[in-house]
Design a binder for this molecule. Structure first.
Ligand code: C2E
Ligand code: CA
Ligand code: CA
Length: 446
């Protein structure tokens, strides 16, 4: 319902409008400003000049606000002597401060009545979405607080104080944007090749997720996976990665024999009752004789519910799904489970590989892991191989497979498809398409 005196929206309707403007701002990831204006000593105007003069004052203020408005801005009368103004899609608080200055300047002109002149003054509070609050009610409360501060400090306007929990609100932002990132086709699968240190041939690729957000650019998984894990988004994301990686892998054309496509599965997904079904149905959907699914899990996944997790992994192995233990060496695994471990591969954590040449300890650790893995029939992958020296050291230590920037960086699916088709690592003619491949070929054939 509109206010009969000013013709503006009333409080209830205003709250609805604010609510939808805040959702709009969240969807488009823009800022929004809310200004709350309170007429100073309005009660006294009513008493001294009469209610008609009071109404005229309200109308004069409404007119000032209308004059300051741009298209799309919203004004309402939210209390007896209180108005609110929404400025959607502003760039920064400067915009809102400019509007507040303009309002104050226009209010400086007295209201002329038939027999009277009224000098009307107001206090203004400003709050911004998402900087100060993220919900309509909280935003109004923040603007109210700023307005009261303006009154008590005799300033023309005040801006709300910062959100007490800035870090939490940053997370909240990502959370919101993540929710429909799959629907909006913002998620991408990148692939990073793995090559055999024995034959020099590509053995497959690890699927790594990238988020191409229109406002933030490419967001690294290190930034959003931990948040996805706390919000539950990790479940649809993992399912999407499984399906997308398998679908893309089914299109690979190459002369290198059956390739593995590795997908990272976090512990909390592994623990879910529907985990096995999720994996198997994706595999059935994109079944291909030329590629084999590999699940990368973390060492930590074994710590709790060891029997249950082992049983699930065994079930997958029986259905031709390869199991790889990622970031090996960083967890708390005990040697005792090695005998029964339902895994086919160990990936030595990047931190050991990177320091392989510099620190004797790291070299010892790598040697130990390789030896241990081989004793139990597991393959060993070294990840984070950044130079030829490391590659050659790993080969000497009998490591089976290498992955890292030296061979190739993670790349979009189409680029990987090309990489795989052009790779000439062990081609007898020596025709080679990448420097990494060239060296791999020399090392593995020479
Ligand atoms: P990760 O599973 O250990 O993946 C390997 C990471 O090492 C990747 O980072 C890869 O780009 C990076 N890397 C590869 N070679 C080198 C190298 O030579 N040097 C250096 N410095 N880094 C190298 P990325 O893609 O940023 O992923 C980071 C982590 O995010 C992954 O670590 C994984 O834990 C997680 N992640 C990535 N994609 C997914 C996904 O689809 N699902 C889940 N649950 N987690 C994912
Ligand atoms: Ca991994
Ligand atoms: Ca890893």
């Amino acid at each position: 319902m509109k206010d009969p005196v000013t013709g503006l929206f009333g409080r209830q309707q205003f709250l609805h409008i604010l609510d939808s403007e805040v959702s709009e701002a969240a969807t488009h990831q823009v800022s929004l400003a809310l200004l709350v204006l309170d007429i100073r000593q309005f009660g006294r105007i009513n008493i001294k000049h009469g209610y008609a003069a009071g109404d005229s004052t309200l109308q004069a203020v409404a007119k000032v606000l209308a004059d300051v408005c741009r298209e799309g801005d919203q004004i309402a009368r939210v209390g007896d002597d209180q108005f609110a103004l929404i400025l959607p899609a502003i760039l920064n608080s400067g915009h809102a401060e400019l509007a507040a200055h303009k309002i104050q300047r226009l209010l400086d002109v007295p209201v002329y009545l038939d027999h009277d002149t009224i000098h009307c003054a107001a206090d203004i509070g400003i709050a911004l979405y998402p900087e100060h609050a993220r919900g309509a009610d909280a935003l109004l409360a923040a603007a109210d607080e700023a307005q009261r501060r303006a009154r008590s400090s005799a300033q023309p306007f005040c801006v709300a104080q910062h959100h007490p929990d800035d870090e939490a609100s940053e997370h909240w932002d990502i959370e919101m944007a993540l929710e429909d990132a799959i629907q909006k086709s913002e998620m991408r699968v990148y692939f990073q090749p793995k090559i055999s240190l024995v034959t020099g041939k590509p053995t497959g690729a690890e699927a790594l997720v990238r988020w191409e957000n229109p406002f933030r650019g490419i967001v690294s998984p290190d930034e959003f996976i931990p948040i996805a894990e706390t919000t539950g988004f990790i479940r649809p994301l993992t399912e999407w990665m499984l399906n997308s990686a398998l679908r893309l892998a089914s299109e690979w054309e190459h002369p290198w024999g059956r390739q593995e496509v590795s997908v990272n599965v976090p512990t909390r997904i592994l623990e879910r009752a529907d985990f096995t079904d999720m994996v198997i149905s994706a595999r059935e959907l994109w079944r291909s004789e030329d590629s084999r699914l590999c699940i990368e899990i973390l060492e930590q996944s074994f710590i709790e519910n060891i029997d249950e997790v082992f049983a699930k992994l065994k079930g997958l192995q029986e259905q031709d799904v390869k199991i790889s233990i990622d970031d090996f060496g960083t967890g708390y695994s005990s040697l005792s489970y090695f005998r029964d471990i339902p895994a086919d591969e160990l990936k030595i954590d990047r931190s050991f590989v990177a320091g392989l040449l510099k620190e004797r300890d790291n070299a010892n650790i790598v040697e130990l892991i390789v030896d241990l893995a081989h004793r139990f029939g597991l393959q060993v992958v070294a990840e984070g191989v950044e130079d030829v020296q490391t590659l050659s050291a790993l080969k000497k230590l009998h490591c089976d497979i290498a992955q890292g920037y030296f061979i190739a960086r993670p790349m979009p699916a189409e680029a990987y498809h090309q990489w795989l088709a052009n790779y000439r690592g062990i081609n007898a003619t020596g025709a080679i398409s990448t420097s990494g491949a060239e060296t791999a070929s020399r090392l593995t054939t020479g």
